[in-house]
Design a protein around this ligand. Structure first.
Ligand SMILES: [Zn+2]
Ligand SMILES: [Zn+2]
Length: 304
C-alpha cells in the first residue's frame, strides 16, 4: 500500500474549503509527513492520519508550510509521546525549526532532531529512498521524490515444479538471483523461472515552485506527481512574480516528465473548492490530472 492523503491543499492562508500545505504519505504501515501548515494536526485527526509518524519533510519555511509543526509537537508532548521525531528541511532548518520548537513549550518531552538536507541527498530507507531535488521558488526550497527500490522479478512456481525444484529454501534463493544445484546434480538458474526485475513506485512532491526543468528531471516517469498550481492562466504574471506555477504550467511539467498521474495542490484562495477552470486548463495539456481537495486520498498502484 502506498497512498497520499492531502491534509491541506490551499496556498498562503487557510480558507473554509482548504487548509494550508500538508501531505501524509502512508506506505506499508509507515506514515511520513510532508510540510505542516497551520492546523495540520486537526486535519490529521479529521482524516484519520495517526500521530505515529517519526519524520517530517519540509519543502521550505514559508509560514503556510511550517507553522503547524509548533502545535503538533505540543500535542504529541501532551500525549506523553516518547518516540523521537526528525524534521528535515533545506538551508535554514536549524535556525527556523529550532526557534519553532522552543515556542510555547518549556521543554520538549521527546527528542526532536533537525536535519538540514541538500539538493541531491538520497535518504536511504529499507525499501525506498527519498531523493531531494531543487525547485525554483526564490527561497531555499526543495522538493522530494519517494522512490521505491526495484522489486524482484516474478517467480514462476509452475515452472519451478516442472524443473523439479522442490518447494522450500531453493525457491527463495532462486528468487533472489542465485543459481542453485539440485540433488540430482542439475543446476537451475534464476533466468529459467524468474521474470525481469519490476519497477518500484515513485511519487514526487514539488512544494512551491515555478515550472522547472529540474522538476521535470526529478519527476521523470513518476507514478504520481503532486505539483503546486497556485494560479490559473488569468494570473500567469502573478505566478511569475511570486514564484508559483499555473495549472497549465504544472501540466506541462507532468507531460514533459512522462508521469502517469498529476495532482494539483496549493490552490489560491481566489478559486472555488472544485477549481474547474484550473482543472480544465491542466487537462488540456495533461488529461490525467485532478485537483486535490482536503481529505482526498490517492492510492499509488504498481504498473504490472
Ligand atoms: Zn506556499
Ligand atoms: Zn512558498
Amino acid at each position: 500500500m502506498l497512498s497520499v492523503t492531502f491534509l491541506g491543499t490551499g496556498a498562503a492562508c487557510p480558507t473554509v474549503d482548504r487548509n494550508v500545505a500538508g501531505l501524509a504519505v502512508q506506505r506499508e504501515g509507515e506514515t511520513l509527513l510532508f510540510d505542516c501548515g497551520e492546523g495540520t494536526q486537526r486535519q490529521m485527526m479529521r482524516y484519520g492520519v495517526g500521530f505515529s509518524f517519526t519524520e517530517v519533510f519540509f519543502t521550505h519555511f514559508h509560514a503556510d508550510h511550517m507553522l503547524g509543526i509548533i502545535g503538533l509537537v505540543r500535542t504529541m508532548g501532551l500525549q506523553d509521546r516518547t518516540t523521537p521525531v526528525t524534521l528535515y528541511g533545506p538551508r535554514g532548518a536549524q535556525r527556523i525549526l529550532g526557534a519553532a520548537m522552543s515556542l510555547g513549550i518549556e521543554r520538549n518531552k521527546f527528542p526532536i532532531e533537525i536535519v538540514e538536507i541538500q539538493v541531491g541527498d538520497r535518504l536511504q530507507r529499507h525499501e525506498y529512498e527519498i531523493v531531494v531535488f531543487e525547485t525554483d521558488h526564490r527561497a531555499d526550497t526543495v522538493g522530494y521524490a519517494l522512490a521505491e527500490h526495484t522489486r524482484l522479478g516474478r517467480f514462476n512456481p509452475e515452472r519451478a515444479r516442472e524443473l523439479g525444484v522442490p518447494e522450500g529454501p531453493l525457491w527463495g534463493r532462486l528468487h533472489k538471483g542465485e543459481t542453485v544445484k539440485l540433488d540430482d546434480g542439475r543446476t537451475v538458474s534464476p533466468a529459467d523461472l524468474v521474470g525481469a526485475p519490476r519497477a518500484g513506485r515513485t511519487l514526487v512532491y514539488t512544494g512551491d515552485t515555478r515550472p522547472s526543468p529540474l522538476v521535470v528531471e526529478a519527476a521523470r516517469g513518476a507514478d504520481l506527481l503532486i505539483h503546486e498550481a497556485t494560479f490559473g492562466g488569468d494570473e500567469a504574471e502573478r505566478a511569475v512574480e511570486t514564484g508559483h506555477s499555473t495549472a497549465a504550467e504544472a501540466a506541462r511539467v507532468a507531460h514533459d516528465a512522462g508521469v502517469r498521474r498529476l495532482v494539483l495542490t496549493h490552490i489560491s484562495p481566489r478559486y472555488t473548492r472544485d477549481a474547474p477552470e484550473l482543472l480544465a486548463e491542466a487537462q488540456a495539456v495533461f488529461p490525467e490530472t485532478v485537483v486535490a481537495r482536503d481529505g482526498m486520498t490517492v492510492e499509488v498502484g504498481f504498473v504490472e
